[in-house]
Design a protein around this ligand. Structure first.
Ligand code: NAG
Ligand code: NAG
Ligand code: NAG
Length: 487
């Protein structure tokens, strides 16, 4: 098409030049990575989905990954233009792998209904979340490829197959090796990975991997700390002609090698989760999280790629995570509730530049009144143990443990922290600060140094006045107007 008008003057040179320019522009477009963010919703103090979507917009974050098709989140994303990767939880895989009608229903209820004019911009469906995780002992792995096949057919029936790609986020524990060039999938996964990757490839889908240098450092006392970051290391890894200066690149290239080994060395890769927590372990702190995330973003946006994929950075990366989630399981460790780049209420924890300016806080977050519940200093706390335990089962007390930001506030401080967390969780309900007379409400912020005693948020939508408030104002106005008339 482009050649037609030029063909008249016969300038072959010009045509070649044009093709070269088009190729250059096209290929530089291909290596541009996007920075997205995971939005998990296992929070104890839920923010309104509209406020969260505004937080995405204000920070110009154009890609979001959801762990499931939560209707409230999906509705809030409609019309925003934000690219969505929406997940299917592992426990749905058995059903979706055996029932085509269940797959059809999932697609119609959780994808098609949002793919309307002014709807959600769904780009990927993530089938399962780390279904091959070694700690699952294989319980999901046989369902993955059959579920993919069923869902692909459902997508085709819904005329969405060309628009939305199916992917399977895998934990980096699906492959292993001490040297990147020797990377291979775990032997028991070789066959399934070959099927999976061939399916992905035939549909033009990328491989999605979650990479966590933090967990390598946390789980292995021999792991050289500076190799987890991006600022140069005294422990570089030499692998034949290649030298690795950070764990992220080493891990990424281990995957590239594993893919090459099964014949798909060129497959595009998306990093579905990557990040650093800020609390609940010694190496989980604000300065480490900032250093890691900023180093990673600069590294990826620098388009340098890795030794095995020079100048080809990951297609996209999704930071883990947007907000702290106080209701997450702490089986992996106390840090698990502290992955947010924002705290539970959408406030930036540290300055971070995602490529277009520093993080901006969420606007219009509605807080409960400024009051806290603490241990009454005049009371004997010898019988408090059961109250403490119970409060911390419901509320989040992870920061009190070793390595946490509140680990050094003393025994009484511990009790107050637990009381307050519970009180805020119950929306400052009067009775929730009783604890058999051991608790008391205070209007002085009991926070000590880095240890923050939180104030909860309300569930009220951020719309200024409540209906009730507006009604009162209208009544007052009517009263005022009629009063003037009487006078
Ligand atoms: C749609 O997704 C939600 C959230 O994961 C799930 O609860 C629901 O069962 C799904 N709908 C169908 C028809 O599978
Ligand atoms: C924060 O974590 C880093 C990285 O693991 C560690 O070197 C540093 O000592 C930690 N800082 C504090 C104040 O604990
Ligand atoms: C406070 O509680 C944490 C977590 O239960 C515990 O590790 C710490 O030792 C406690 N501090 C005191 C002084 O009792």
């Amino acid at each position: 098409m482009l050649g037609t008008p030029l063909a008249k003057d016969g300038s072959i040179l010009l045509r070649i030049l044009l093709v070269v320019v088009v190729l250059l522009v096209g290929s530089s477009g291909l290596v541009e990575s996007g920075i997205g963010v995971n939005w998990g919703t296992l929070s104890l103090h839920k923010m309104s989905p509209t406020t969260v979507v505004n937080l995405f917009k204000d920070n110009k974050i154009e890609k979001v990954k959801l762990f499931e098709a939560d209707p409230d989140s999906m509705k809030a994303l409609m019309g925003s233009g934000i690219e969505v990767m929406v997940g299917i939880p592992n426990d749905m895989l058995p059903l979706l792998s055996t029932s085509t009608s269940a797959a059809d229903l999932w697609v119609s209820q959780n994808v098609s209904r949002y793919m309307v004019k002014g709807g959600a911009n769904i780009k990927y469906v993530a089938v399962g979340n780390e279904p091959f995780l070694a700690s699952y002992s294989g319980q999901y792995q046989s369902y993955v490829v059959p579920a993919l096949m069923n869902l692909q057919q459902s997508m085709a029936k819904a005329n969405l197959a060309g628009i939305i790609k199916l992917v399977v986020p895998c934990n980096a524990d699906a492959y292993e090796s001490s040297l990147p060039s020797q990377g291979a999938f775990r032997p028991e996964l070789t066959q399934i990975m070959t099927q999976l990757v061939s399916f992905l490839s035939s549909n033009g889908s990328p491989f999605v991997v979650n990479i966590y240098p933090f967990l390598s450092l946390y789980g292995n006392s021999d792991f050289p700390q500076d190799y987890a970051f991006f600022e140069g290391t005294t422990h570089s890894v030499t692998d034949g002609p290649n030298v690795y200066y950070n764990a992220f690149d080493g891990n990424f290239d281990t995957l590239v090698s594993a893919l090459s080994k099964i014949g798909y060395g060129q497959m595009p890769i998306i990093v579905g989760e990557v990040g650093w927590p800020t609390d609940g372990a010694i190496s989980a702190n604000l300065s480490a999280a900032r250093a890691f995330n900023q180093g990673l973003i600069n590294h990826v946006l620098g388009n340098k790629g890795t030794p095995l994929r020079p100048n080809v950075p990951p297609a996209d990366i999704y930071l883990f995570s947007l907000l702290d989630e106080g209701a997450k399981s702490i089986l992996p460790g106390n840090f698990e509730r502290h992955w947010g780049i924002f705290s539970f209420d959408g406030q930036a924890k540290y300055s971070l530049n995602l490529g277009n300016g520093l993080l901006r806080n969420a606007k219009d977050v509605e807080y409960l009144p400024s009051r806290w519940c603490v241990a009454d200093p005049s009371k004997d706390l010898s019988t408090v143990a059961d109250h403490f335990k119970l409060a911390c089962i419901y509320a989040d007390c992870t920061t009190l443990n070793y390595g946490g930001s509140c680990n050094e506030i003393g025994a009484k401080g511990n009790v107050s922290y637990a009381f307050n967390s519970y009180y805020q969780l119950l929306k400052q309900n009067e009775k929730s600060c009783d604890f058999d007379g051991l608790g008391m409400v205070t209007f002085l912020d009991p926070s000590i140094g880095e240890c923050r005693f939180l104030v909860g948020t309300t569930n009220v939508k951020s719309s200024g006045f409540s209906l009730h408030g507006r009604l009162v104002i209208v009544l007052l106005l009517i009263f005022w107007v009629s009063w003037i008339h009487i006078v």
